[in-house]
Design a protein around this ligand. Structure first.
Ligand SMILES: *Cc1c(COP(=O)(O)O)cnc(C)c1O
Length: 384
């Protein structure tokens, strides 16, 4: 990771107890094993910290996108099984294979690349064959599947690969029934070719909590681990793991009729107090949220006034007695009345995943957990 220069005025508190609580909710909701999805640096929370919290509270697998992400976890001493699922057949799988990382393959070309690499190194690659059951992104199409599993069986006999898993990824709730059917058919074809995958997996957070017919041997929660309810119609009691805070750096009184921020989208309708929050879209706060967004200061909600800029935005606090140095809570678990990640997603017309993974490198992460219910020193808790 590039060296980053942290803001002196803003930080994100990552509550590892919330991650542990959320992991335990997933393990309680299923008989299947739980793979904690820690791609994109643990959805921006710090992959190693989240992985440790999840593994110590019932998760037994980790899921990441790239081999580089998997190797980062291994380098920190994590020995749990890891699946890495997005690759080009042109990449070098050697380091990942030597680090005991399971590789997902979606085509004969990918499988050959992994097997060639394993053969060169004299190791057996653990692979998970991915079926495309409707997402039409990664995964082998039904007509490609028989060829993929035949090749996999040949490579198993040659001891270059071992097919440990067969898996797929869900599109949307309304398609689950069809995808389960296509997935079962893909598994049957694999078995018919002589493969004996130990692990079938299909479910993301929403399905892990709401669709038990998708659980098989393993579920793969991501967003839920971080405390965002995957289906707002059913509240499972997940706890938001990240709280984004910044200290006010300027407070000023302005007369009625004062336009605020670029283009004066916001004009004060009375004499009021404006407070300056030193976070902006370079830190991941969506420009598109400005018209609806609010923050919490001293336990009260106040509206964002005018456009969110690259590094800062203004809050209209009316006649509240706020001062420089007071803390604005941009989002958090919501238990203190502050906005949540889901609120920001709604205000910006996006998904919570984009908000939570977008919080930028200028925002230092501080970690709290039960044995140290205080923010650790930033030097120790900057992103690992
Ligand atoms: C991101 C991801 C998940 C986790 O999905 P959530 O909706 O965040 O729970 C699971 N599986 C795959 C393949 C993913 O890419």
């Amino acid at each position: 990771m590039n060296e980053t220069i942290a803001s002196p005025h803003a930080h994100a508190v990552v509550d590892l107890d919330a991650v542990a609580h959320n992991t335990a909710l997933f393990t309680a909701a299923t008989k299947a094993a739980v793979m904690a999805v820690v791609k994109a640096d643990g959805f921006g929370h710090g992959a190693v910290w989240v992985a440790r919290a999840a593994l110590s509270s019932g998760a037994t697998w980790l899921g990441v996108t790239t081999c580089a992400e998997a190797l980062h976890l291994r380098a920190s001493g994590i020995t749990a099984p890891i699946l890495s699922w997005m690759h080009s057949p042109l990449e070098d799988f050697g380091p990942a294979l030597l680090a005991n990382v399971d590789i997902s393959v979606s085509s004969r070309e990918h499988l050959s690349a992994v097997a060639d690499c394993a053969a060169r190194l004299g190791v057996t690659a653990d692979v998970h064959l991915k079926a495309d059951t409707g997402l039409h992104r990664n995964g082998a199409r039904p007509e490609e599947w028989p060829g993929l599993v035949r090749l996999a069986r040949d490579l198993e006999i040659a001891r270059h690969v071992r097919v440990r898993g067969v898996w797929s990824h869900l599109v949307a709730e309304g398609m689950t029934r069809l995808q389960v059917k296509l997935f079962d058919e893909a598994v049957a074809v694999a078995r018919g070719a002589g493969l004996r995958p130990e692990i079938r997996h299909l479910a993301n957070s929403a399905a892990a909590l709401g669709a038990p017919q998708t659980h098989y041997e393993l579920v793969r929660p991501g967003i839920g681990l971080y405390g965002v309810e995957p289906d707002p119609r059913h509240i499972f009691g997940l706890q938001g793991a990240m709280t984004l805070r910044a200290r006010l750096i300027l407070v000023k009184r302005v007369p009625a009729g004062s336009g605020v921020s670029y283009e004066h989208d916001y004009v004060t309708d009375r004499e009021t107090t404006l407070a300056l929050v030193p976070l902006g879209y370079a830190d991941g706060l969506p420009w598109a949220a400005a018209r609806h967004a609010e923050v919490s200061i001293g336990g009260r909600r106040f509206p964002v006034a005018g456009r969110i800029a690259m590094d800062q935005f203004v809050v209209d606090v009316g006649d509240a007695g706020v001062r420089i140095g007071d803390e604005a809570v941009v989002f958090g678990p919501g238990t203190g009345g502050e906005p949540t990640v889901a609120d920001w997603a709604r205000w910006a017309n996006t998904v919570p995943h984009e908000i939570i993974t977008g919080i930028g490198p200028r925002v230092a992460r501080r970690y709290v957990h039960a044995c140290a219910r205080r923010a650790e020193e930033p030097e120790e808790s900057l992103r690992v």
